[in-house]
Structures are given as structure tokens and as C-alpha cells.
Design a protein around this ligand. Sequence first.
Ligand code: ATP
Ligand code: MG
Length: 367
Amino acid sequence: MFLQSLHLKNFRTFEKIETTFYPGINLITGENGAGKTTLLEAIYYLALTKSFREHQDKFSVASGKSFFDVEGYFKREKNIFSLRLFYSAEDGKRAFYNKNKVNQFSEIIGMIPVVILSLDDMDILYGYSSVRRKWLDILLSQLDMHYLKDLKHYKKTLAHKNRLLSRYDIGYAEVDNWNIQLAAYGASIIKKRNTLIEDFNKKIAEIYIKISGKKENIAISYRPSLEDKEDLSSQLYDKLKNSFENEKAKGATFIGPHRDEILFLKDEKPIKKFGSVGENKTFLISLKILEKIKIKQMKDVSPFLLLDDIFGELDNNRVHNFFDLVENDSQTFITTTNYHRMSEMLALNFHHYNIANGEIRYEKALC
Ligand SMILES: Nc1ncnc2c1ncn2[C@@H]1O[C@H](COP(=O)(O)OP(=O)(O)OP(=O)(O)O)[C@@H](O)[C@H]1O
Ligand SMILES: [Mg+2]
């Protein structure tokens, strides 16, 4: 599957662009501020109906305009389909599949799976545990529509319950029903996270060594608030029930998948504290490769790779090894300000585009 053409209107710096792309590697160059990340953001919007940069869609509307419109035409085997996302402050956000409005975004999320790697992703290592949970949630949501639905229900239920907890006269009977639901959705979320992380943990060291050439003792560990892996739902329910007095005193729920931690370890210590910048980046890239492998395995389609200016601190060997590992089966978008370094390092066929003055221009194919 590949993105054949992309049409943007009033999307950040772009007033209007229409461009076609090729399968394989599309190298996007341009000066700082040209709009390279914006282009990747638009593709990401079609995949996940939201940005990887901002929480609020209104920031993606070009200054002074009232809406943005992003549309992509995708080719899968012999079929072409379109996805479109429209947003205006007045009408909100709407998604269209083959020109028909979709009722729920979950119907299209996962249709064009993406793996993104940008400098912001370093936060997956360095940031709060909420960033790691979000990373995992986005991946699992693309892999499994039911996960996304359970997660939505879980968050909604949690918000309801927390609102109730903030009332001073609340009694347990009033939250019990919410706890039953939290336990059911929460258990399903924890179980799927567990399975994925166990799988990644088995493979991460092998991928890491293929990129770095160095054997390191690295691991990923998921620490849910439950010790036992059986009967997750009843365990969670019991814990929630027993925590009621504490929850009531503090007005929040402290147990469940919204509080779980994911740890990235080197020699059993957090890699963010002990790894070098290049090692941490290698770890992150290994994670992303695992994402790609998993998506291909579960959905039988290669995800789009969006690589936003990420090869900065990596030596040429690691970049070569990275491209050897991702193979050439994904449509890949790579942004850079440094055409020469990137084209030298790629040592692969690619198509070159340049962005300047709000326009994107096809430069050439290097085959
Ligand atoms: N809502 C908006 N309306 C208009 N312009 C915007 C909006 N949001 C961001 N911009 C501008 O769009 C431009 C392109 O930003 P973008 O991050 O895509 O550039 P870039 O090519 O990735 O640059 P860099 O090489 O520095 O990463 C920037 O000048 C930014 O200020
Ligand atoms: Mg950028």
C-alpha cells in the first residue's frame, strides 16, 4: 500500500498543495521552517485523525484561515481509496472514507498504519510515564480496533468516576458500578499491553545489536498495578474497592492502566539515565523497527514510515543498518535539511522532493 497523492488546504504553512508520491523512499528536503514536519503531520492526521505535535486541531489551521482540509489517495494492490480529514472551529473534525463521512474515527484508525520517528519521540525515553503509555496506546490502537474502543470507554468511565470522587459526601455504593466497568475495560487493556511488551522484550536486544553492532543487556518491562497475570479484572476490581477511602480523600483513581509504567532498561537500570545520546537513539529506533515488524505481522500490510530529521547523532553505520532492517517494503518519508549527507547515507533508490515558499516540487529520482 502506498500514498499516491496528497492534497492540503490551509494546513499550517501550506495554503494549497497537491502532490503525488512514489512507493519506496520519498526524501523531503527544505530549509528550517519550510514545512517538512508539517507534511508528515498531514499524513499522520490521515492515519490517526490527530496530530503528533499538538493536542488541539485548531493549531494546525493556517493562521488567519477558518479550516484545514487534508486528503490522501492510497493504492492497495489494484484498489485506490481516499481518506480525508476536515476541521473547522465551527464544524469540528470530520473524516471521510471514499468521500463518505465516517461515523466514528475508530472506523478509519488502523486503515493506514504509520510508524513515526521524530526528535519528539525521544520523550518516549526521557519523558514522563504518560508519554510511554501514549506511545503504547497509539501502537495498540492501530493494531486492534477493540483496544482503541476499550481505551475510550476506560477514559470516559475514569473521568466520570473522578468527577464523583470530588464530591465530599460520596459513598462507595455510588462508585461501585464505575469500578466494575473500569475493572473490565482496564483488564483488557493491561492484558494486551502485557502481551505486546513481552513480545517486544524477546526481540529488542536482537534488533539493537543489528543496528549498533554491540551487544547490550537491554530490556523492556511493563509494570502494571497488578502483580498477578491471571484474573486481571477481579484483581483490579478488588484493588479499586480497597482504595476507595484513599481515592475519596485525594479525589482521584490511582490504580489501573492509566497509571502503569513501562520501563526501558540497560543492565537493569533505566536507559535514559545511563545510555549515551546515540545509544538512546539506537534504542528508540529499535523500538520503532519492532513496531513496524509487529504491524506487518498482525495487519499483513507494511506501515508508512515517517522519519522526521532523526539521523543527526547517528553514525553512518547505524543509519545503514537501520535501512537494512526496515527493508524496502514500506513507503517511507524522510525529511532532512541536509540533502547531501542523507543521499550519501541512503545508498538506496529514492525520490527527491524539495519544499520552498509553501510549495513542494519533485526534483528527481535517484535509482
Ligand atoms: N497554524 C499555522 N499557520 C501558519 N504557519 C504555521 C502554523 N503552524 C506552524 N506554522 C509555520 O509553519 C512553518 C513550517 O513548520 P515545520 O515545522 O513544518 O518546518 P520544518 O520544515 O519541519 O522545519 P525544521 O527543519 O526546522 O524542522 C514554520 O515556519 C511554522 O512557524
Ligand atoms: Mg521539522
